[in-house]
Design a binder for this molecule. Structure first.
Ligand SMILES: Cc1ncc(COP(=O)(O)O)c(C=O)c1O
Length: 393
């Protein structure tokens, strides 16, 4: 007997990045595919100590249910960290969630009816495409340039798209292109958004992983109407396994998201929340973040150097000032998915760029992750990649 699934399941597909990572598993493939942080930078010794201390000091409280909105000292510390980036906020504006991915999913649940339109950047984070599609949304994607989303096109699209229901953006070291929006563009964006009164989901997992240039306040810092929902996470600055992220939004929106969290999973893991809170109070996380910045910068530089020296000049690449990814575009006849089949035979993986376009096309691009592989593997993998690309061109 075949089971009858909900209509929305027609739109639900596994994420291609996850499929590639699963396929690679623990094999000897050199992977530039996933968005995995460098595991050797997880503060393992500190976290061992913190974990024992949480159980010793908090006893059974560390194993008990907590209110849905999260462990209050953690929410207070997050609010304090956000204030330092220029966002006026307090613990009341913070909801702890299972990584920013849950915030994306809840945003779909909160705002989208079947057939509604999500306005996104072009290209756009694959996990957001998957999550919003599961609410039967359509996408209208707006081109970006080196300063961010093209606000003129955004304004035109918004005025012509009555079904536009939410805007999803990643203004800091975007996944997949690595592009970061300029301050001017952020201000212009808010001016446009304020005219249309749409919720903006600002997904910001990489903002603190800056290698060079000045820190830029998040879009939330320029939000005058309370339209912006900021999604933050400890996944890339501490470790993803805790699954601790947060929503920072107006009190009204936090109440709505909290109701969704309550019916979805009641709360985040109590131990993990307390461990992150204790880590933040006993250690200076910026020391850890600085280590991450240094290592990833070296890896980015190495990748760029090999691209410059070994890739054909037709390969156009981004030089991100932070984050985990760089982006390469090839002439039109090169297909990223076909290229992956060939590079996998040589034991090198990446994510084909076409995956990041919700409306298809743009298959002549690839995303490379530089955070996860050690330098010697970056050298070997990038040289193999260069050889295959030369053959294809
Ligand atoms: C843009 C973006 N948003 C969200 C996520 C999910 O992060 P989290 O581990 O906080 O759920 C990722 C992970 O790679 C990402 O790149």
């Amino acid at each position: 007997m075949t089971l009858k699934y909900a209509n929305r399941m027609d739109q639900v597909k596994g994420l291609e990045t996850r499929e590639i990572i699963k396929f690679i598993g623990k094999s000897d493939i050199i992977s530039f595919a996933g968005g995995l942080p460098a595991p050797e930078l997880f503060p393992l010794e500190e976290l061992k100590e913190i974990s024992a201390k949480v159980l010793e000091e908090c006893g059974s409280d560390a194993l008990q249910y907590v209110p849905t909105d999260g462990y209050l000292p953690l929410r207070e510390m997050i609010a304090e960290r956000m204030q330092k980036t220029g966002v006026k906020t307090s613990a009341e504006n913070i909801l702890i969630i299972n990584g920013s991915q849950q915030g994306i999913d809840f945003s779909g649940k909160l705002f989208l009816n079947p057939g509604d339109v999500v306005i996104s950047e072009k290209p756009c984070y694959l996990g957001a495409i998957g999550a919003f599609r599961s609410y039967q949304a359509k996408f209208v994607d707006i081109p970006i340039d080196n300063d961010g989303i093209k606000v003129g096109e955004l304004e035109k699209t918004l005025s012509q798209t009555p079904k536009a229901k939410l805007i999803y953006v990643t203004p800091d070291f975007q996944n997949p292109t690595g592009i970061s929006w300029s301050v001017t563009r952020r201000k212009e964006f808010i001016e446009v958004v304020n005219k249309f009164h749409l919720p903006v989901i600002e997904d910001n997992p990489y903002g603190e992983i800056r290698f060079e240039g000045k820190n830029i306040p998040p879009i939330k810092a320029f939000d005058t109407e309370g339209n912006v929902v900021f999604l933050g996470t400890f996944s890339k600055i501490l470790c993803p396994g805790f699954r601790i992220g947060w929503i920072c939004a107006s009190r009204e929106l936090v109440k709505k998201y909290t109701m969704l969290k309550e019916v979805a999973d009641l709360q985040c893991n109590t131990m993990a929340q307390r461990e992150v809170a204790l880590y933040l109070s006993e250690y200076d996380i910026t020391i850890n973040i600085n280590k991450i910045r240094q290592v990833y910068k070296r890896r980015r530089d190495l990748m760029i150097q090999i691209i410059k020296e070994e890739f054909p000049p037709e390969a156009k690449y981004s030089v991100p000032e932070g984050g985990l990814f760089l982006w390469i575009e090839f002439p039109k006849h090169i297909n990223g998915r076909e290229l992956l089949e060939k590079t996998l035979q040589e034991k090198v993986a990446f994510v084909p760029g076409g995956c990041f376009y919700p409306n298809g096309g743009h298959e002549n691009s690839i995303r490379l992750n530089f955070s996860n592989m050690p330098e010697e593997k970056i050298v070997v993998g990038m040289k193999r990649l260069a050889k295959i690309i030369h053959k294809e061109l």
